[in-house]
Design a protein around this ligand. Structure first.
Ligand code: MG
Length: 390
């Protein structure tokens, strides 16, 4: 693509979050190729959303919170159209002038707009892994019908997407997702009861929002990524392994049937996988930070230690159970992480709650968006009971 006329038109859902801000940084670097047509956010950070609207002049700004939308509309004074309420995210995701949707809403709340975008045939740059954990098979079927492309933004999945371009799917032996191990990799589990939310949110290698930071600390992020990889690349969970790689330089790797490994390396900055997803199938030069191989020093790989395996085991259990089990796992985890961030439970209790909810669940097939959302709210209710138990 070149010139202003055929710039790719983006909707960025979750524009004030960590991924959304990085996506806009990529747009700034590639103003000749990318243009922002719609921005969407909850409305927690109106100052930033207003600044983004003034800088990028989108056709539409969608704000979930009605009062925040009114305030933004008054502040912007006609600079751009502001829409509010429940359906606002879907309006941004399906805007007639949008070509590609960056889905960076956190949690299962991203499911409806992701579904709407794919149904409308919009290409998807996917950061919202939870939507594929909850209803991946359904979303892929919707994309197949509409012809929408799905390119992952999650750094591990962007790495796998690249490594998988080196061969045919029948030639793939296994995928290996790398995990930094999070902030508590080397901390004695007997002291986990004392972990404060602020420590769990402070990730050593990646700058991320609070929910995904806690997920990285419990390693549930890797459990969710395992499910996401199964859904995106159509492989059973047994063909996907997890290895600890504290440096976060190798973002994931593929072993082919002939014993060759293809790994993807880059600095750990989300602008790179975001640019990959927006440029695909092209590659664009940039001035972002890059790797200097001679200065890398030692790259370590080791098995996940026993005390950090529980989240991935829960995820593997949900995959094996099938149907609604992954949706329930995801919702229970969301509820438990929020309870930890609110100071209602200690860190070790997060995965206890997930385990209790999953154990109380009898999986059923998910055939529709409504069913997926029903299981999501069932699991939130069930988690709430577990959280309130003495
Ligand atoms: Mg990741």
């Amino acid at each position: 693509m070149s010139g202003g006329a055929d710039r790719q038109r983006l909707a960025i859902l979750g524009s004030t979050g960590s991924i959304g801000r990085s996506a806009l940084e990529v747009v700034r670097h590639h103003a000749d190729r990318l243009v922002v047509t719609a921005l969407a956010a909850y409305g927690h950070d109106l100052e930033l959303l207003e600044a983004q609207a003034r800088e990028f002049r989108p056709r539409l700004v969608a704000v979930v919170d009605g009062a925040a939308a009114d305030e933004l509309r008054a502040r912007l004074g006609g600079v751009t159209e502001v829409v509010a309420g429940e359906g606002a995210l879907e309006r941004a995701a399906t805007h007639a002038e949008v070509d590609r949707v960056v889905a960076a809403i956190v949690g299962a709340a991203g499911l409806r707009p992701v579904h709407a975008a794919l149904a409308a045939g919009k290409d998807l740059a996917l950061a919202n892994k939870e939507s594929f954990v909850v209803a991946g098979a359904l979303l892929r079927a919707v994309a197949r019908r509409s012809g929408a492309a799905i390119v992952p933004i999650d750094s591990e999945h962007a790495a796998l997407h690249q490594a998988l371009r080196c061969g045919e799917s029948r030639e793939v032996r296994r995928l290996v997702l790398t995990a930094s191990g999070g902030p508590f990799l080397d901390r004695d589990p007997s002291s986990w009861g004392e972990i404060e939310p602020a420590e769990a949110v402070d990730h050593p290698k990646w700058e991320m929002g609070p929910k995904i930071s806690v997920d990285s600390a419990t390693l549930m992020n890797k459990g969710l990524e395992l499910i996401e990889a199964c859904r995106l690349f159509d492989l059973p969970g047994e063909r996907i392994e997890i290895v600890i790689h504290p440096q976060s330089i190798v973002h994931s790797m593929v072993e082919y049937c002939d014993g060759s490994w293809i790994a993807q390396l880059a600095v750990n900055d989300m602008v790179l996988p975001i640019q990959y997803a927006l440029a695909y199938p092209e590659r664009w030069s940039n001035r972002f930070p890059r790797l200097e191989p001679a200065e890398l020093g030692t790259l370590e790989f080791r098995p996940v230690p026993a005390h950090l395996r529980r989240a991935v085991e829960l995820a593997r259990g949900a995959l094996a159970a099938g149907g609604s089990a992954c949706a329930v796992l995801n919702a229970a985890n969301e509820a438990a992480v929020n309870a930890f961030l609110d100071g209602r439970i200690g860190f070790p209790r997060i995965l206890d709650v997930v385990g209790e909810v999953v154990a109380a669940h009898r999986p059923e097939e998910i055939d529709s968006l409504e069913q997926a959302l029903e299981w999501d709210s069932w699991a939130h209710g069930c988690a709430e009971q577990a959280l309130s138990a003495p």
